[in-house]
Design a binder for this molecule. Structure first.
Ligand code: GDP
Length: 437
């Protein structure tokens, strides 16, 4: 396997993509995703991931140093532990589940394809008018295995077609919450089982919630869903098709959305605080990411040529919207956040906060149920002591009967053995008398 090669593949000598200079970053695309995934390598502290993109980063698969006892007497060898963890994680591969929620036509599939450079919706069939009348929300799961410089990522995208199409949107949020709970329940069951080594983690690590660019802020249905989901999953808000808005409109919409969230006491995914010893570039990147929430994105699966450069963009009669230009959209910021810098933190928060909450609820429900059952048993035993005694004496009687039967059969067996013995003796005597004659 690639990841076990002894010679590490050469690293690109480029600087990390700066968010402010992200325009025309099509060429850096591969390295962003690569850096993203390699930042996951057994490293729970995403703050270190910035180092992973700098020139000074160690090779991807450094050969573990073999301790030379003769030359270096102070060398114990545990300095290779990070590499051991790294190799093991790379070998195992990574899993990430992303849920995309929002009305149809908001550019969800286009954005997912742009983010992961794939075509997850190749065989997508748009529902016809009759099917749309049913207006039920479904859950559609698509998985793709991506490999980049020896690092394998199994990406699962959970889509919710039909979301928000009905007048009454209760069904829409119920489908989402049920799906998230089911995955937690499955994980809880697997974790409590005997074979815990190969548990597949299908828990939803992040939910990209698409807000339409039209309208003035969050709608009631958005608030309803977010309120029901924000304690179960990491929600990241995204304003879809942001090229419909100018800069001022984007800014105002973002402000109103944030205000709405605050007024409704809704807490979306919280970015971890940046460590004080981080370098200035990373701190700046972190600040820019935080300031961009909710991300106003433009998606496109078309590569256009602008001034001799290939860019991912949307061609309009009046010009080109460059998806990767920070002046045009927050696409690069979203991709940096989701893949390069915070993927592991999203997974950690899922495990440490959301799943822990679910687990605690499950355990408390189970213990409450057990307590109730015990109480019921106690009450039953007190109220029916006489009946209980009667049941015991009946059992005793049956046991005595069986004992008696066994004893009788043993007697019979002994008698038969005795008879056999006597017959045998008589036969022998008879034979003796015959010889005598
Ligand atoms: P979904 O139903 O939410 O998955 O939406 P799609 O990704 O299928 O996009 C619906 C339509 O919107 C398609 O014609 C896309 O080309 C277009 N579209 C996708 N993203 C954008 C965008 O960012 N801006 C604009 N203006 N159109 C977009």
């Amino acid at each position: 396997m690639k990841q076990q090669q002894s010679t590490p593949p050469p690293l690109p000598q480029s600087q990390p993509p700066s968010l402010s200079q992200a325009g025309g970053a099509a060429a850096a695309e591969g390295s962003v995703v690569a850096n993203a995934i390699s930042s996951l390598n057994g490293n729970n502290n995403n703050n270190n991931s910035i180092d992973a993109t700098t020139k000074t980063r160690p090779p991807l698969y450094p050969k573990p140093k073999t301790p030379s006892f003769d030359k270096d007497r102070d060398y114990i060898g545990f300095a290779t532990l990070p590499e051991q963890v790294h190799r093991k994680s790379v070998k195992r591969g990574f899993e990430f589940t992303l849920m995309v929620v929002g009305e149809s036509g908001l550019g969800k599939s286009t954005l997912i394809n742009s983010l992961f450079l794939g075509d997850l919706y190749k065989n997508r069939q748009m529902p016809n008018v009759e099917e749309r009348i049913e207006k039920t929300t479904r859950v559609e799961k698509k998985t793709m295995d991506i490999e980049e410089r020896g690092v394998r990522l199994r990406l699962t995208v959970v889509d919710t077609p039909g979301f928000g199409d009905a007048i009454n949107c209760e069904d829409s949020w119920r489908v989402c919450t049920q799906y998230i709970d089911e995955q937690f329940r499955q994980y809880f069951t697997d974790e409590s089982g005997l074979n815990r080594r190969n548990i597949q983690d299908n828990r939803v690590h992040c939910c990209l919630y698409f807000v339409p660019p039209w309208g003035h802020s969050l709608r009631q249905m958005d608030l309803d869903l977010i309120r029901r989901l924000h304690r179960k999953v990491n929600i990241v808000l995204v304003i879809g098709k942001a090229d419909c808005l100018n800069k001022t409109e984007v800014r105002k919409l973002k402000e109103r959305i944030l205000q709405d969230l605050e007024d409704n006491h809704i807490q979306l995914y919280q970015f971890p605080e940046c460590d004080s010893d981080e370098d200035d570039d990373f701190k700046q990147q972190d600040r820019e990411l935080k300031a961009s929430i909710p991300f106003a994105v433009v998606g496109s699966n078309t590569i256009l040529e602008v001034a001799g450069k290939k860019v991912r963009g949307r061609q309009y009669p009046w010009g080109v919207v460059n998806v990767e230009d920070a002046e045009h959209s927050d696409f690069i910021k979203l991709r940096t956040f989701l893949i390069s810098t915070h993927m592991q933190d999203l997974k950690d928060t899922t495990q440490d906060v959301h799943y822990e909450n679910f687990r605690a609820q499950c355990i408390s429900q189970i213990s409450q149920h057990a307590l109730r059952e015990r109480g019921k048993l106690k009450r039953d035993s007190i109220s029916s002591t006489n009946g209980f005694d009667a049941a015991i004496s009946e059992t005793d009687r049956l046991l005595l009967q069986k004992d008696e039967e066994i004893r009788r059969m043993q007697d019979m067996l002994t008698q038969m053995q005795e008879k056999l013995k006597q017959t045998h003796l008589m036969e022998m005597k008879k034979n003796d008398s015959v010889i005598d004659v």
